[in-house]
Design a protein around this ligand. Structure first.
Ligand code: 5GP
Ligand code: ZN
Length: 114
């Protein structure tokens, strides 16, 4: 399978893992859209929330609940925003489910109807 996040998970493509456990790992986004932009990537490969098994959902919940404990390390103290792009209209480009973590500045809420 030709998945960039699986390759980063496996160390085939080098990328600094800022945090890693059995459920997920956190890396910096290569093309940051905010002062701080990380990706929280579940270790198991699946594309969409609709593809999650019960086990994936439990793992994902553990991963989400870990984020506040990483606040100091990632510099999330001023607040942060989580984004999960799903499918074409959302502009998903990597088809391994991941959570964007945006922080480090006041974040405008985009009005995409403009
Ligand atoms: P999506 O558009 O699928 O929600 O987000 C994919 C994200 O992965 C993009 O923000 C993109 O910049 C990031 N990305 C793509 N390839 C790489 C890579 O090789 N390394 C890292 N660190 N981020 C990547
Ligand atoms: Zn993958």
């Amino acid at each position: 399978m030709d998945c960039i996040f699986c390759k980063i998970r496996d160390g085939v493509i080098p990328s600094e893992k800022l945090y890693e456990d059995d459920d997920m790992f956190v890396i910096r986004d290569i093309d940051p859209k905010a002062a701080k932009h990380y990706l929280m990537i579940p270790k198991r490969h699946y594309k969409l929330i609709s593809d999650m098994t019960d086990e994936d959902a439990a793992s994902f919940a553990r991963a989400l609940r870990k984020i506040p404990a990483l606040s100091d390390k990632l510099g999330l103290g001023g607040g942060y925003r989580l984004i999960i792009n799903q499918g074409d209209d959302a502009g998903q480009t990597v088809f391994h489910l991941h959570v964007h973590i945006l922080a480090g500045q006041p974040l405008d809420f985009p009005d995409l109807k403009k």
